[in-house]
Design a protein. Sequence first.
Length: 337
Amino acid sequence: MIWRAAFTWLLVTLFLPLGVTAETIRVATFNAELSRKGPGLLLKDLRRDDEQVSAVIATIAAADADILALQGLDWDHENTALRTLQSGIATRGVEYPYFFTLKPNAGVASGLDLDGDGRIGEPEDAWGWGRFTGQGGIALLSKFPIAAAQAQDFTQMRWQDLPDHRMPLTKEGQLYPDAVTAAQLRLSSSNHWAVPVILPDGEPLRILSFHATPPVFDGPEDRNGRRNADEILLWVHVLNGLLGDRMPEPFVLMGDANNDPDRGEGHKDAIHRLLNDPHLRVVEPSDSQGAHTVNWERTGPMRVDYVLPSKGMDVIDSGILRSKGSRHGLVWVDIRR
């Protein structure tokens, strides 16, 4: 009978486990290229009518993601630039009341000669390349609360502590540039973190985010190529429980890997290992221009920006939103648990 079917449906609905939700969440990653050549310059541009900033904000507002991972955003101690960006997005009708960011390795002086050229204090001698502390950091914007106290931060992890690392060697077969310096090198060129975002049903969705170094601009030691590969492989080890406890589902890994599976420089085995990891659901968003996420003048279109949900999540839709403010597109994926 109709009333009996309706009553049964009501009972099922009332007694569903609290963790079950049919709500669709839009997650996105965007290398906004909001990095400048000196401290404070980004904030200055954010506070005036800057064409690139306006275009980036328009792209973010148009995507209207629930959770957005940003790369290429200069960090400052008071998070003033990030808060100003928040306000600028809000003027376009999209509110992000929550954010997460930490001091990156980018531009942080090491006091060491990391590239072995006999000089210190250069951008390449910072823990991650940068002209000043925080140049080109990463951030997370969210419409939902962020459990910052439960975040896992791998930013200061020593490169030598990564299982099966591929640290560069000198021509003599010694660690580059020397064993003492190599023992202090940090792996992450910006940040690597796993941050729980509390969804409307009260359950956490962990956002794994990073921005790997470009696998170019080095010498025969392949310092940047090897670092890029190991920054990608860090996540493979995390997902498989080789760096602490195995990452609990659900999660989404998203960021700029600076590595295309088929084109350009970089160790292709690293990005293929990540994309083939059984804990991930590989999504290849595209639009009318194709599946490439960036278009560089010298190398052309490449796929380097990724949104990879955990295996148990349903993918409802995906796409790329091109921007007049960045060479990178904003990559979005609609997911449901």
